[in-house]
Design a protein. Structure first.
Length: 522
């Protein structure tokens, strides 16, 4: 009876041990003590041999396993679990890893950044990186080995074809080596002295070179600072020196020849006109005496002016008259200042419009300062200006005249958020008009002009709107410019494109000529 109980107890222990061993072998751990997990999804184009039950490693640490691998719409869907305490974020990244060169595959996961927010369980990892598997690596190594084989065969063929040349080269190298050895033996003492000198030089450089380099760096920094501060002046000086050198090279021979001729001529003149020169010196002496007499007379005149005698004396002593003259002089001085600072621009341009029409424009621009300017243009338009004539019998005749048209506008500049906006108003091609320019940078601006209100230049069209022209003006050089844009934009049947080019020169000399002939300047 006792044996029966012991046998049953032993049989129970063996059965429990076998069940425990089966659980350990099948699941790798005891299911009762497993940590809680949460599932995630990721899609790959190719999992490279990853299998169900493979490890999942988060930042290299084992953190779960692959639960399911299925094909879904051309992609490989991988469902995997990680321990519940491990957090994955929305910018997490997944890839296929290999344990060793030929080892098993595992799913590698980078958890991402907490700032991206936590990825909820069941979420999909969007970021996937592809890692080359062993098969691809072996294929690449095979291709590389084949290429090395080709290189070896080519090298062998080259050596076979040039065997004699290689032998001669090796023989020449051998002879050269022997010659160098003999030279080294014969000049051993000289070589030793040279090495000693080189050693001494190296030691001197080792001591003095840091100080020299420091001074040189300081000098370079100072020179660089000076050049940076005076870059424009240095360029101008270099350019002027180049111009002067070229002028001297070209003109110096003729200048020396002229000086030699002048010296010879002066010497001949002095010898041939000694008596005239002596008389001129005597005359100069007499002139000096006359100047002394004139100086005494001038002193008498100044004394009379101080006493208020004569017209000039009254001018100097009469305060009211003096103030009037002073005001007049100041007024002329102000006018002179305005003329001095006013810039005058002369320009001309041509513009081509739809249906072959064109315009020629002569421009005069007066700019007293950077706040305003005055614009005068004479326009020749191939389209002419249309007008109507009505006869007594009721007939109406439409005529076209070709006369110059005039633009006379006042422009004012305004600062607008770091840019310059110019507003213009006045006459535009002999009709009322307004305009605006928005400056985009040096030499380029957008422009818009609106003119010809109540227009009657096309009798066959009723209710025409004013002419609106919008475009861009661009200086390609300091004087040459192009301009293009849209014309007559408010009228559908007349809307078109125009383009043109011209020149604009600054000519301050003409400004003084206009002032000299009585043309008023602002």
């Amino acid at each position: 009876m006792g044996r029966s109980v012991e046998f049953k107890l032993g049989l129970f222990v063996v059965a429990v041990s076998l069940a425990f061993a089966f659980l350990v072998i099948t699941f790798g751990e005891i299911p009762l003590f497993k940590e809680k997990t949460k599932d995630y999804l990721v899609y790959f184009d190719d999992v490279a041999g990853l299998s169900k039950g493979a490890e999942v490693r988060v930042s290299g640490v084992r953190a779960g396993e692959v639960k399911e691998i299925t094909l879904e719409e051309g992609k490989v869907k991988v469902v995997f679990s990680v321990y519940e305490k491990i957090k994955l974020y929305r910018d997490a990244e997944a890839s296929i890893g290999t344990l060793g060169l030929m080892g098993d595959k595992y799913l590698a996961v980078k958890p991402g950044s907490p700032s991206a927010g936590e990825l909820p369980p069941g979420g999909v990892i969007r970021r996937v990186s592809v890692v080359s598997d062993t098969d691809r690596l072996v294929a690449e190594l095979t291709k590389t080995a084949a290429e090395f084989g080709k290189v070896a065969r080519n090298l062998k063929e080259i050596l076979a074809e040039n065997r004699e040349s290689v032998r001669r080269t090796l023989y020449s190298l051998s002879v050269l080596t022997e010659t160098l050895q003999e030279l080294a033996v014969e000049n051993k003492e000289n070589l030793n002295r040279a090495l000693d000198n080189l050693t001494a030089l190296t030691e001197t450089l080792r001591k003095d070179l840091p100080v020299l380099m420091a001074n040189l760096n300081r000098l370079l920094r100072d020179v660089d600072a000076v050049v940076a501060e005076n870059r424009k002046e240095v360029r101008e000086i270099a350019y002027n020196l180049a111009v002067i050198t070229e002028e001297l090279r070209r003109e110096l021979p003729s200048l020396v020849t002229n000086l030699e001729e002048l010296s010879a001529n002066l010497n001949a003149i002095v010898k041939g006109n000694r008596e005239e020169i002596e008389r001129s010196i005597a005359g100069f002496r007499q002139t000096t005496e006359n100047l002394a007499v004139a100086s005494r007379k001038l002193s008498l005149i100044l004394a009379r002016l101080e006493r208020g005698e004569g017209t000039l004396g009254k001018l100097l002593t009469d305060e009211e008259l003096y103030e009037s003259v002073t005001k007049g002089v100041k007024s002329f001085s102000k006018v002179g200042e305005v003329v001095e600072r006013t810039h005058l621009y002369i320009g001309m341009r041509g513009e081509l419009y739809r249906e072959g029409d064109s315009k020629g424009v002569l421009t005069v621009k007066l700019e007293p300062d950077d706040r305003k300017y005055y614009l005068l243009e004479v326009v020749g338009d191939s389209r002419g200006r249309v007008y109507r004539e009505e006869y007594l019998d009721g007939r109406e005749l439409v005529r076209k005249e070709f006369k110059p048209e005039f633009t006379l506008q006042y422009a004012r500049n305004f600062k607008l958020k770091g840019r310059t906006l110019t507003l213009r108003g006045g006459l535009k091609e002999s009709t009322g008009g307004v305009g605006a320019d928005l400056h985009l940078g040096p030499g380029r601006y957008l422009f818009a002009d609106l003119w010809d209100f109540g227009r009657k230049d096309r009798p066959q069209d009723d209710n025409l709107k004013p002419n609106l022209q919008v475009g861009i003006h661009w200086h390609l050089t300091k004087t040459f410019f192009v301009r293009f844009g849209g014309d007559d934009l408010l009228n559908d049947n007349l809307r078109g494109f125009f383009g043109g080019a011209g020149f604009l020169f600054r000519d301050d000399d003409l400004k003084y000529l206009l002032g000299g002939v009585g043309v008023p300047l602002p």
